[in-house]
Design a protein. Structure first.
Length: 350
């Protein structure tokens, strides 16, 4: 019988589009027999990331996997720990003899520190420990000075508002994600030359304690020995790490009023859709667009993920016979007009 030692928990955080889900897919695909439970916290009405992760083998049958992937889709995880996170963790604690590891992917808009502090609660602390907080960095975006690839007009709108701090809240959030890190991954390193990557490493390292290691990766491909077994026990020292949001009342924390909504469409032409989405991010303060697309004449489902003006796409699987071939996109940004954006998109595709 397995000894019920503390169950290690790895928290993966990072900005929109940095590559958190890709990293988790890599970890699950290379689990090497580890029994892993996954908690996915998706910002938005459609749990796309959870659906992606359910395609990966986590050492159990498809039926069992449904009960071991938890999507917390009703808000960022740091804002819902008492409503959703605690019951999920209590269930996993009760089954910890059947598990070797828990992976938690936070929303790209979540603050990791309150989540780590939740592991100080007696019921969780006695059964689990935070093995590490891994912060995934979008290296090209940091090199560009944007931290996430988002439209410049978002920052310009903030600078024009006399009631707001002129420092971008995205910059503060980026620093807070680094402040909580036990390991930092400079992702998409293959997209930068050596000199630019060195500059990104230097910039990120300025925000970190000397003990925090920084590693480079392409598409999150790193040996699991690098990612797991860090034994950081982050919950024991997280309170000593200062962040920008330490003095905010948590119930007032709204992530600077980020908006999220979804748009449903029928089958579409792939090239027309991508062109229309590119025009939308030019005209609206959209941070991210992602979703599943039904492409006319194609038997496979197209996965589209866009951050700022950069869009990635691939066919992930065949449509099932019991599914309706339709398109659903989640749009995330600030001060969005959902009706106008949906109408513009439908008009462009008409």
């Amino acid at each position: 019988m397995k000894t019920l030692a503390k169950l290690p928990v790895t928290i993966v955080t990072g900005f929109l589009g940095a590559g958190k889900t890709t990293l988790l897919r890599h970890m699950l695909d290379n689990a090497q027999g580890r029994r892993i439970a996954v908690i996915v916290n998706e910002f938005g009405e459609l749990g796309i990331d959870g659906d992606i992760l359910k395609q990966c083998s986590i050492g159990c049958s498809e039926e069992e996997a449904v009960g071991r992937v938890f999507e917390l889709a009703n808000g960022c995880l740091c804002c819902t720990v008492q409503e959703e996170f605690f019951p999920v963790m209590r269930e996993l604690v009760a089954r910890r003899g059947d598990l070797d590891q828990i992976l938690i992917e936070t929303s790209g808009l979540a603050l990791p520190k309150p989540l780590v502090q939740a592991f100080q609660w007696p019921e969780i602390r006695n059964a689990c420990t935070v093995d590490a907080v891994i912060t995934v960095v979008d290296s090209p975006a940091v090199a560009a000075g944007t931290f996430a690839a988002f439209p410049d007009q978002v920052d310009e709108q903030r600078k024009q508002d006399p009631n707001l701090d002129h420092e971008s809240p995205l910059h503060e959030l980026f620093e807070d994600q680094l402040a909580s890190a036990d390991l930092v991954i400079l992702n998409k390193s293959d997209l930068l030359d050596a000199e630019t990557l060195a500059a990104v490493r230097a910039e990120v390292s300025e925000e970190l304690p000397p003990a925090v290691k920084v590693v480079e990766a392409a598409s999150g491909r790193l040996p699991l020995d690098v990612l797991l077994g860090l034994n950081a026990e982050a919950e024991a020292h997280i309170d000593s790490r200062p962040t920008h949001h330490d003095h905010e009342e948590h119930e007032d924390h709204d992530h600077d009023e980020f908006d999220s909504f979804h748009v449903d469409l029928p089958e579409v032409d792939e090239h027309a859709l991508l062109a229309a989405l590119g025009q939308l991010v030019e005209r609206h303060p959209i941070l991210r667009i992602k979703g599943f697309v039904a492409v006319a004449g194609k038997p496979m489902r197209l996965l589209v993920q866009g951050v700022g003006k950069r869009f990635d796409k691939h066919f992930d699987r065949a449509w099932r016979s019991d599914e309706t071939r339709s398109t659903r996109l989640v749009v995330i940004g600030q001060d969005l007009d959902p009706a106008a954006i949906a109408n513009e998109l439908r008009t462009a595709l008409a």
